[in-house]
Design a protein around this ligand. Structure first.
Ligand SMILES: C[S@@+](CC[C@H](N)C(=O)[O-])C[C@H]1O[C@@H](n2cnc3c(N)ncnc32)[C@H](O)[C@@H]1O
Length: 201
């Protein structure tokens, strides 16, 4: 699906954002956290290094294979990974202190976005947190808009269609409102094309 190697191209680009998300989320030692649509697991490793017991899921077996290889290399026993569908998470209710998703919602259909959010809510305990990171809408500058649209276009027809519907529906703020989640904290990551929102369950 991706016309390039995700670990070598996207992960290095997002390195600073991963670090900022850990701070923004307020991860504490021993927190149980889940990263949904984790791809190569980079965000999960950042959570684990900050002291969390971190789990990542992704439906693409190739991504989980890469994540597991990296985990072995880093020797991070507090990180774990599973192949799973974000619309049907293989976890009991209220298992996690926090669940996050970065750059996952824009890439799925509108109904799937709602199902993923509903599953994230289900597996997070009462008073737990949800973290959402995705493209700002409207895209912040002509240059970033051109680059992002090109990457999304190259990722394939369906992918591009979903990205466009994410933009049309107004991005994270309207998506969260529709799913009855109240924004507790927002970071527009001023120098970035992403926004990050924290909500309570
Ligand atoms: C753009 S990548 C983002 C990955 C990562 N969160 C990041 O910040 O770099 C989106 C990921 O979502 C995964 N994905 C898409 N639909 C999914 C679903 N229904 N369940 C689980 N993973 C899914 C894809 O396999 C892909 O790895």
């Amino acid at each position: 699906m991706w016309p390039f190697n995700y670990s070598n191209v996207i992960d290095p680009l997002l390195k600073n954002i991963r670090v900022r998300i850990v701070k923004f989320a307020g991860i504490k030692t021993g927190d149980k956290v889940l990263d949904v649509c984790c791809a190569t697991g980079d965000q999960v490793f950042h959570y684990a290094r900050a002291g969390a017991i971190a789990t990542g899921i992704d439906s693409n077996p190739r991504m989980i294979e890469i994540a597991l290889k990296s985990q072995k290399r880093y020797g991070l026993s507090s990180a774990s990974f599973q192949i799973a569908d974000a619309t049907n998470l293989p976890f009991e209710d209220s298992m996690f202190d926090m669940a996050s998703i970065s750059l996952g919602l824009h890439e799925v259909e509108r109904e799937v976005r709602d199902k993923v959010i509903s599953e994230m809510k289900r597996v997070v305990k009462k008073d737990g947190s949800l973290i959402f990171a995705d493209f700002k809408v409207p895209l912040p500058s002509r240059r970033s808009s051109f680059l992002i649209r090109t990457v999304e276009y190259l990722a394939g027809n369906k992918h591009y269609e979903n990205f466009r519907s994410y933009l049309q529906e107004g991005g994270l703020p309207s998506l969260l409102q529709r799913n009855k989640l109240k924004e507790e904290k927002i970071d527009n990551f001023r120098d970035s094309f992403l926004m990050v929102i924290k909500t309570k369950k």
